[in-house]
Structures are given as C-alpha cells and as structure tokens.
Design a protein around this ligand. Structure first.
Ligand code: ATP
Ligand code: MG
Length: 343
C-alpha cells in the first residue's frame, strides 16, 4: 500500500476534503491520510511515499522531519530544501533575468539590528543609507513588504518618503523590500500544481476578504494564455509543485508581484467553491501521480541532489555501481518493496 500523507496546521476544509478526494479517486493500492509523527529517527524509512506539506514554514520540527523523509525517497511537496533556501527578493531578481515583468524592487537593511547584534556588527553597512537614490529608483506609490513573508503581514502602501519612514519604523528587525506600486486594472491569483496544472483566478485584493474572488473584469483567452506562459516559466525556474502566483496588470503588462507561496490558502470559504473544487481535483490528481511514480531515491547524498530533487523515481537497481563510493544502505533497499502497488 502506498500512502499519501497530509501535513497541515489550522486549515479546516482543505485537508479532510483532499484526503476524501484522493481516497475516492486513487487506484487500488494508494490511500491518503493525515500524517502522524512523533520522535524521528535519522534516515529511517517513513511510511509515507508522498507528503503534502502545508505548514512546515511555521514549525521547524516538521521542516527537519521532511528533509529526513526526502533522504529515504519520500516525495515531499514542496521541496523542503529549496523552500528553506528561498526568499521573495531572490525570486524577483531571478524572474527579472528570465524576462517575467517584475516591478522595480530594492532590498533594504533592517530598521533595527537583528537580535544579539549591535552597531559594531554592522560595520559593512552604509549609514545613513542613500534614501533619495532608493526613492528615485522605485518612485511612489510603492509597497514596503517583507523580503520573505506572507499573509499580508507588514505590507504597507506608501505614497511619499514620510509615509515610507512611518511604515519602515514599524518593521523592527524584519528584512524588507521596497517595490514600485502597480496601479492595476486587473489582478489575478493563479494556482500552479505539479508545474503543469494552472488555474487563473480573477481576484480583487481591494475588496473585503470574502469578496476578493469577485472581480469586475473578465479573463480573456489571450490573457489566460499569457499568464499560463508566465506561470510555467516561474514554476519551472523555482521548482515548486504547489504554489500560487499573483499578477497585477497595468497598461496591459502583467507584473508578477507575489509568487513564493508554497503553502497557499486553499480554504473553501476564502477561495470560493469553484476554485476549491479545482484545487482539490488537481492536488489529488498530482499527488496520486507522484504516488504511482513512487519514491525518489537519491542517487547520491549531496546537497545539490536534494535541492534539485533529481533522484531516481524507483529504487535503484544496479545504480549503486554508478556511485561507487556509496554503499547500498538500508534506506536505499527498503523502498524497493514499496515500488509495486499491491492490488
Ligand atoms: N508592487 C505592488 N503593486 C501593487 N499592489 C501590490 C504590490 N505589492 C503588493 N501589493 C498588494 O498587497 C497585497 C499583499 O502583497 P503580497 O501578495 O506581496 O504579500 P504577501 O504577504 O506575500 O501576501 P500573501 O498572503 O498573498 O502571500 C497584494 O495582494 C496586492 O494587493
Ligand atoms: Mg499575495
């Protein structure tokens, strides 16, 4: 039996509905359940062939457990190694190199010193900063927002240097970016699953929370195709298998403004029923595909292997001869029993 495990926090509707959807559509020999975990033995084979991670960004114990699971071939969505290494500012820079429209963005030193540091620790920092140069480059209105974050926490729209400083003073030791404000006429939030299933949702972030998926513009076939193309580019570069990507359109140019969302909101009450059904269907489909493919046994035990997630999708046959220095180990052998789906 292959097992798909769901790891989650306070979500109410999505995890149980996803387990139900997987269990009602998966072929014999595959089932889904909530992950149950206690102390974790190093490099020990877990019962889960696939895990969907919705919460390890907030629980370091889970993040470490998931990296350990990847060592023994568990398919973890999203890749915990890459997620740990990533931040939104790097992603803006990366995508600007790949030709995705990104508003001008500047990374800023934190307002306060990080805990346990003093001004002595900051001797490489230009002080005072050349704020005029920053403001001239970005312009106003602008968005001051964390270089890594989510849930609209510490996101400030600022219209002048004075408003900027008022907001910046509230940010303490959070590393922030300043980004050119897009005066948008359309806005889209897009689910991207398995780097191949895309769902483009018109979204109005200026509406109250429960009405954000009710927008007064419609998605044209041309815009859909264009956004799907950008989504493909973004997830191919970032490697995420479960993500949302947000675009704000100004003068017919869709600017990608938020695309590091590896545990995106999927609650029925906020995303609305039609979108909820889409995400259930496609998350179930993709996780089942991974379970059918089976565990991905690392071919070598190096960081690059884990970052790229490029291991073999079945237990290595004679592959161990390729990596002459790596002796066959228990964790390499064990999944071999699991590759065939029992009927
Ligand atoms: N450059 C920008 N131009 C216009 N609006 C922006 C810009 N950046 C952010 N916003 C607005 O602020 C909102 C929150 O910003 P963003 O999505 O970057 O933050 P977040 O905390 O990562 O959000 P999420 O909860 O979606 O992960 C966006 O939905 C959008 O309405
Ligand atoms: Mg967002």
């Amino acid at each position: 039996m292959k097992v798909i495990g769901l790891l989650f926090g306070m979500e109410q509707s999505f995890p149980p509905a996803l387990v139900e959807r997987i269990n009602s559509t998966a072929p014999d020999g595959i089932r889904a359940e909530f992950v149950k975990i206690g102390g974790v033995k190093m490099a020990d084979l877990m019962k889960y062939d696939v895990i969907l991670d919705r919460i390890s960004q907030d629980i370091p114990f889970y993040r470490s457990m998931l990296k350990n699971a990847a060592i023994t071939g568990t398919r973890v969505v999203n890749n915990p190694f890459w997620w740990s290494a990533d931040d939104k500012f790097f992603n803006y820079a990366l995508m600007s190199k790949l030709g995705v429209p990104i508003p001008k963005t500047v990374l800023l030193p934190t307002k306060d010193h990080p805990p346990t540091t003093t001004s002595e620790s900051m001797r490489n920092l230009m002080f005072p900063l050349n704020w005029e140069e920053v403001f001239e480059y970005i312009g106003f209105p602008a968005f001051l927002k964390p270089h890594d974050g989510g849930g609209w926490k510490h996101v400030y729209k600022v219209n002048s240097p004075q408003e900027f400083f008022e907001a910046y003073h509230k940010t303490g030791d959070i590393c922030m970016t300043l980004q050119a404000g897009v005066e948008f006429t359309e806005y889209y939030r897009c689910y991207a699953i398995g780097k191949k299933y895309f769902h483009i949702m018109p979204y109005e972030p200026r509406n109250p929370h429960h009405l954000r998926y009710v927008a007064d513009f419609t998605l044209t076939p041309r815009r859909k195709k264009q956004l799907e193309g950008y989504c493909q580019k973004i997830v191919d570069a970032l490697g995420y298998d479960f993500d949302t990507i947000e675009f704000a359109v100004q003068d017919d140019i869709p600017y990608a403004i938020d695309f590091l969302n590896p545990a995106p909101d999927a609650e029925a009450a906020s995303v609305q029923q039609e979108n909820f059904e889409w995400v259930l269907d496609h998350a179930a489909k993709y996780l089942i595909e991974l379970a059918v493919e089976g565990r991905k046994i690392p071919q070598g035990y190096t960081w690059s292997e884990f970052l790229s997630g490029s291991g073999a999708t079945t237990a290595p046959k004679k592959a161990t001869t390729k990596t002459a220095t790596s002796k066959p180990t228990d964790e390499k052998k064990a999944p071999a029993k699991k590759t065939a789906v029992k009927k």
